[in-house]
Design a protein around this ligand. Sequence first.
Ligand code: ADP
Ligand code: MG
Length: 453
Amino acid sequence: MIVVMLENTWYKALEELGSSMPQSSTLWLDYVSYAGEDGDTLHLTCDSVMVRTNFEKYCKSELERVMEELTGRRINLDINITTDEMIEGGDDDEAQEVETYHDNRASGRRSLLNPAYTFDNFIPCENTLFAYNAAKAIAMHPGVSYNPCLIYGGVGLGKTHLLESIGNYIEKEDPRKNVVYVTAETFTNDYIQSLTDKNTSQFRIKYRKADVLLVDDIHFFEKKISTQEELFHTFNDLYETNKQIVFTCDRPISELKGFTDRLKSRFSRGLNINLTAPDYETRVAILKRKCDDKGVRIYDSVLNYIAENIKTNVRDLEGSLTTLIAYSNLIGSKITLEVAQEQLKNIIAAPMAGEQDISIGSIVKEVSSYYNVEVSEIKGKKRTAIIKDARNTAIYLTRKITQYSTTEIGTYFDRDHSTITHSIDKVEKERKTNAELASALDALETSIRSKSR
Ligand code: ADP
Ligand code: MG
C-alpha cells in the first residue's frame, strides 16, 4: 500500500485556501507550520495563543474540509504552541483583542473605509487632476508605480476622500488584498496599546501584513518619536516587499516639525502631490453633485452664492448645503437666495464684518504653532531664519485675512509701516515661485478662518 504523506496535502490545501478564502482569514496560516503527522492526524505548530485561537476560529474547519476532499478521508488538525513566550503571556484577553480586530475584518467590511468615498464622486479640476489621476493609478496598480505617495494640502480639500477611494477601489477589485486604512491617531493609539499590553507582535501583524497601507494625517505624528520609529520600520518592511503606501498630511514634508530626519526622508521619497482648492466652476459642480446625491434641488443662484463665498474648504461647502437642507426640511420653506444668506451668515460673513472678526492674536497664535515658535518671538526682535519666516507669514496673513491697515498691523507687531509692507511684499513674491509655501499659506488661512467661526 502506498502511504501518501499528509505534508504534501497540507501544502496543497494551503494553496487552495489561499485563493478561495479572504486574506483576512488566511493571514493566520502564515504563522502556522507543519510539525509532523500520526495516522490521520496532522500536527501543526505556531508560536502564540493568539495565532492558535484565530487559526481554530477562522481556518481550521475549512482546512479540514479541503484536506478531506484531497485525501478522501477525515483528517484531524492538531495545533500546538511551541514557544513558551506566548504560553505565559497568552492570556485570553490578548486573543480576544485580536479576534475583535479580526471580526471587524471578516464581517464583510474588511477595513474601516468609508464606502461613500469613491473616485466616481470626486470631482477633479485643473488644480486637483494630478492628485486624482495619481490616486487612480495607484488604485489600479498598487505597489507598482508612485510608491510611496504623499498627498498634502489644507483642511477639507479631499485628502481623506482620495485616500479612502484608493482603498475602496482596491478592496472592490481585488478582495484578497489586505488594505489597511488608518488615521495617524489610530496608528499611534494602537501602538501605545500594544506597548501597554506588552504585545507588539499583534500590532506588527496588523500593519506589516498590509498589501496597501493608507495612513491619514501624518502631521499627527509630530514629536511622537517612538511611534515614528515604529512607523519607520513598518514603512521599510512594506516598501522592501513592494507593498503600496500612501500618506496624507496637512503640509509639505519639509514643513513638518518634530520628525526624525530619516522618517522625513522616507516620506518625501516617491511622489509628493499638493492638493489645492478647487476653482469656482468645480465648487459649483461639487455642490450640484452633492445635491444629486442627497436627492434635493436647489436654485443655481443659491449654489453660485455658496461657491462664490466658500473658496478654500470643500467640507464647508458641504456643510452649507446640509444647513440649508435641514432648515428647509424643518421649516418647510423653499431655499431662496435670501434664506441662504440669512442661514449661512455665520459661515459666510459679509467681507468687512467677517474679516474683522478674526483677531490678529488668533492669526499669530496659529502661525506660532505651525512654525513651532513662541508668540512672543514673533512679536519680538529676534532675527533667526525660522522666527523671521513666522513673523513675515503672520504679517502677510493678517493683511490678507483682515481689514487692518499696514499701520494698524505695524502697531500690533511693533514695527513701522514700511517694514510691514516689506514683509507682505516678500511673502507675496515668494509664494508665486514656491509651491510649498503657497500651500502652507493656504492651509494656515483655512485653519484660521475655520477656527474663527
Ligand atoms: P481633508 O481630508 O483634505 O480634510 P476630506 O477628504 O475629508 O478633506 O473632504 C472634505 C469633504 O469634501 C468630504 O466630504 C469630501 O467628500 C468632499 N470633497 C472634497 N473634495 C471634493 C471633490 N473634488 N469632489 C467631491 N467632493 C469633495
Ligand atoms: Mg482628512
